[in-house]
Design a protein around this ligand. Structure first.
Ligand code: PDD
Length: 286
């Protein structure tokens, strides 16, 4: 089955979809994105992703090429057309294609580019990785200072992933001024004496949609939550560690820089949060 994608108002087979070589997303990484997960053929936390998208656009003085109501319809149509039961919908909006390469933004009447596509991931909820946990390395955080904006400047996170792979690990947690900021594409947590600890929100990290939901569910389940920065030494000394993202939900982390965390197996808090997250977020999926 050929994947159907959405480009600037049209649903097309992926091999017929094109974007200009002058697109600012391509030339300047001048674009923002969202990744929304699909479970049981429904979108998880769509409204929160749409709200963060609107914020990212505003922060970059970029206009939206689409009304938020229409955005939901496009997501749904792609899920339907591609028969996605479990997977992801990727959305990207860029400042569009100026007629030539120029650092200055193009004129206001330049239409933004919008692209959406699906990724089919059967078994996403029942991930084997979540049963054994993943291994991370720590690396220096060398990204720009506005990590709260979900831009498509993902070269350093990609480099981090490759550094992790080279070290025989799955991901990298980035460190700035001695404290963990976040993973290459996820928010980072430790659990110590039953308390869930994750970095407080600022411009230094992405305000994860899964993070917000997980912290809300944790508090509702009377679990203790503390929002503060933590060090790699604290991770090594923690009872448990995990990360959250729309593409992995709650994922246990069992090793950092070669040091085993806790028992070396996914911890009970991490596994419970994963279960609660999957159960609760499905209730409001649309
Ligand atoms: N990444 N931090 C970073 C740097 C991220 O790229 C992501 C998401 C998150 C988690 O945010 P959320 O819970 O809203 O997915 C945190 C997506 C999944 C990606 O780039 O594929």
């Amino acid at each position: 089955m050929t994947r159907i994608v959405y480009v600037n108002g049209s649903f097309l087979p992926e091999n017929e979809a094109t974007v200009s070589i002058f697109d600012r997303g391509f030339l300047f990484a001048d674009g923002v994105y969202e990744v929304t997960s699909v479970l049981d053929g429904k979108l998880i936390d769509f409204a929160s992703h749409a709200t963060r998208l609107a914020r990212s656009l505003t922060e970059l003085d970029m206009r939206s090429p689409i009304e938020m109501d229409d955005l939901l319809a496009v997501h749904r149509e792609l899920v339907r057309a591609n028969d996605i039961e479990e997977g992801l919908v990727y959305l990207q909006i860029t400042r569009g294609a100026a007629s030539d390469r120029d650092f200055a933004y193009p004129s206001e009447d330049t239409p933004p580019t919008i692209v959406l596509f699906t990724q089919n991931k059967p078994g996403l909820a029942d991930s084997p990785m979540a049963k054994v946990g993943i291994k991370v390395i720590s690396i220096e955080d060398q990204r720009w200072g506005r990590r709260d904006i979900k831009t498509v400047q993902l070269l350093y996170p990609s480099m981090g992933k490759m550094m992790a792979k080279a070290a025989g690990c799955d991901d990298a947690w980035m460190v700035e001024n001695g404290a963990v900021t976040e993973g290459t594409s996820n928010n980072a947590y430790i659990v110590k004496n039953g308390k869930i600890i994750t970095r407080q929100l600022s411009n230094n990290i992405l305000h994860g949609i899964t993070r917000a939901a997980v912290l809300r569910f944790a508090k509702e389940a009377q679990m203790e939550v503390e929002e503060r920065a933590f060090t790699v030494l604290e991770v090594q000394d923690a009872d448990e560690a995990f990360f959250t993202s729309a593409s992995a939900f709650v994922m246990p982390v069992v090793e950092i820089d070669g040091v085993v965390i806790g028992s070396g197996a996914p911890g009970s808090v991490s596994l419970r949060l994963r279960e609660i997250y999957l159960e609760e977020s499905l209730k409001t999926a649309i």
